[in-house]
Design a protein around this ligand. Structure first.
Ligand SMILES: C[S@@+](CC[C@H](N)C(=O)[O-])C[C@H]1O[C@@H](n2cnc3c(N)ncnc32)[C@H](O)[C@@H]1O
Length: 256
């Protein structure tokens, strides 16, 4: 089993800290505070992204899906998919072995949940094969592809969505969040460059580019919308427009 190293910061635990969770260590908290100094709106972006996931999963539960596939899960801390859909079967996946090891500890007693450790860009077929077995061949699924599309190139998103399109049954639904903006804008360029330096390049797209990537799917109401619109009816205190959050993060639910 992978040892959990508490001397080095870990992206999933930093994210957990930014969301107000307690699955993090001092080293993660220090790294998060440093990030916050560099990008003050980062915490808001992460929070609104997670609230979108809540809103979307609640809608998928209402639509009576019983099988949930969450493709880039991070730490499944409180209020994550298995809490929001307690009677459903949930398959989680993340490529980071430390995140997977820690997540398995958190979920140890939950037989309704399986946590996988594949890279979506190279081993997505393995994710679907395991999901198939765990879901007893049920292909009518709710998928969350949240907090991940902006870490992937167009070619990677196209391959993953095309594979899902072939695999899932008609009527399946997928929630996706996107980074939307002009990559040539000088502020956005600076952020993209620092992510590239950290070894995790980020991709922002125009709304037109996002729609092109979704051409084979039907976008359900209320459409491709800023995350702030998705979460405004929720119980959260949504940051003001001055924080430039929401306008640059969009979300949608699509169906086959
Ligand atoms: C920002 S977190 C998103 C967590 C959660 N889905 C949410 O929206 O709150 C992104 C996660 O994606 C994982 N990830 C990044 N690239 C991946 C890939 N190619 N395959 C699988 N997981 C990946 C990272 O390890 C990280 O835990």
């Amino acid at each position: 089993m992978t040892e959990i190293d508490t001397t080095k910061p870990n992206a999933a635990r930093i994210y957990d800290y930014m969301l107000g969770g307690d699955h993090n260590f001092e080293v993660d908290r220090q790294a998060a505070e440093q990030m916050r100094k560099l990008f003050p709106s980062m915490q808001n972006i992460m929070r609104v992204n997670r609230w979108f996931l809540h809103t979307a999963v609640a809608r998928l539960v209402e639509a009576q899906f019983t099988c949930f596939l969450d493709l880039a899960s991070g730490l499944p801390t409180e209020g994550y998919v298995h809490d929001l859909a307690p009677s459903a079967k949930v398959v989680y996946n993340d490529r980071d072995p430390i995140t997977v090891a820690y997540a398995k500890q958190i979920l140890a007693d939950n037989a309704q949940v399986k946590y996988l450790g594949f890279d979506l860009t190279t081993d997505f077929d393995h994710v679907l094969a395991e999901a198939n077995t765990f879901f007893n061949n049920q292909r009518l699924v709710a998928v969350s592809f949240v907090g991940i599309a902006y870490f992937l190139t167009d070619a990677q998103v196209i391959t993953i969505l095309a594979t899902l399109h072939r695999w899932c049954a008609e009527g399946s639904q997928i929630a996706i969040s996107w980074g939307v903006g002009n990559a040539q804008d000088s502020n956005i360029k600076a952020i993209l460059e620092s992510y590239t330096k950290m070894g995790s390049p980020l991709y922002v797209r125009s709304l037109e580019d996002v729609r092109t990537l979704l051409a084979d799917w039907t976008i359900l109401d209320p459409g491709l919308q800023p995350l702030s619109v998705w979460v405004e009816s929720g119980p959260w205190e949504v940051p003001g427009s001055g924080d430039s959050v929401g306008a640059d993060m969009y979300g949608c639910i699509i169906t086959k």
